[in-house]
Design a protein around this ligand. Structure first.
Ligand code: ASP
Length: 341
């Protein structure tokens, strides 16, 4: 006999953090975090048909004010509520969305449930807002349970969180996944791709939730004077440095930058080199301007985005300050953020 029992609705926890999605304009037309947290749910009664939703307001900020302490809070909330819910949806400002997604992907080891982050380019209260579309699809993806990792659902894309970058300041299609295929696509229906499949984790969820924000990330330019870096080394205030070089990650080799890299490395300060090309990958084996810094001790970011490399460095330094261990963890694919081959 056919089973006619209705499928139980998924139980989803909605974590609110702020962002344009829930902002309203003040008298001067400036977007500020101010809203009724239940507005989201009440706007879309249909959403209750796909999932039983409970809401938790973690914070209400512009995501430019996001900080590792809130990443930790979010990871804690997921961990504490992990057994009670089938999945999690997090609403967030778009400006630093990939950083938070990456942090959660590292903090929540052996994750086996959907943690879906979303936001919007236009506030929920405005006509033509992308909020309803993004929120509804995020709940659908979370309720389906096929994506068992930290993902970003935005516009028509389902992307691995730690592979995503914001590439448009104003377009609705704000995010892309430059170095990793989409996990799924949203059109008339939701299509999931094979990249969304991965083996069941062998161990239960584990929280590895420390981040060291004493790092520095610098954009190099022709004529860059490394003197500032020597000064920083004297202060001993920084535990890791990211240098955005040129092309595939090359840096000047005709200044004392190479000697600085050797000195920083000897002082157990990892120096990461990363390509500045939005659609590029770091590859330091092709030119002398890449191989020489490698010999001096620099570390390649490989195919990681700047967001992923930044958060990974913070996360690793949260676990260890030992250079051998740092290099080992750096080259390990922790949460699908890296493919060295
Ligand atoms: N400034 C906003 C934020 O990141 C932008 C947005 O949400 O789209 O919070």
């Amino acid at each position: 006999m056919a089973n006619t029992m209705p499928k139980p609705r998924a139980h989803i926890l909605l974590l609110l953090t702020g962002g344009t999605i829930t902002m309203t304009k003040d008298e001067q037309g400036i977007l500020k975090p101010a809203h009724d947290v239940h507005e989201i749910i009440s706007t879309f009664p249909k959403m209750q048909e796909i999932a039983e939703i409970e809401v938790l307001e973690v914070c209400d900020i512009d995501s430019s004010n996001m900080a590792p302490g809130i990443w930790q809070d979010l990871a804690n909330h997921v961990c504490i509520n992990y057994a009670q819910y089938d999945g999690f949806v997090i609403t967030h400002g778009t400006d630093t969305l990939p950083y938070t997604a990456t942090a959660l992907s590292f903090a929540l080891q052996n994750l086996n449930k959907p943690v879906i982050l979303t936001g919007a380019q236009k506030p929920i209260s405005e006509l033509g807002s992308d909020s309803p579309f993004n929120i509804f699809n995020s709940f659908q993806v979370a309720a389906k349970g096929k994506i068992r990792e930290v993902a970003i659902v935005f516009d028509t894309k389902i992307m691995r969180g730690n592979r995503t970058s914001k590439r448009h300041a104003k377009k609705i299609d704000a995010f892309w996944s430059p170095q990793f295929p989409l996990l799924g696509e949203i059109g008339m229906d939701i299509r999931y791709f094979s990249f969304a499949d991965h083996p069941l984790p062998a161990k239960p969820l584990e929280l590895v939730n420390s981040f060291d924000s004493q790092i520095l990330s610098l954009d190099l330019f022709p004529g860059f004077d490394p003197q500032i870096l020597y000064k920083l080394l004297e202060t001993k205030n920084y535990h890791g440095v990211i240098l955005r070089g040129f092309g595939i990650g090359n840096i000047p080799t005709n200044t004392n930058l190479l000697a600085w890299i050797a000195q920083a490395t000897a002082a157990q300060i990892p120096v990461i080199l990363i390509s500045p090309c939005p659609g590029g990958t770091t590859y330091l084996d092709l030119y002398e301007t890449g191989t020489k810094p490698l010999k001096a001790g620099a570390i390649s970011a490989w195919d990681m985005t700047l967001e992923a490399a930044t958060v990974k460095l913070m996360w690793i330094l949260g676990q260890t300050k030992n250079m051998v261990k740092i290099k080992e963890l750096w080259q390990t694919n922790i949460a699908g953020e890296l493919n060295i081959s």
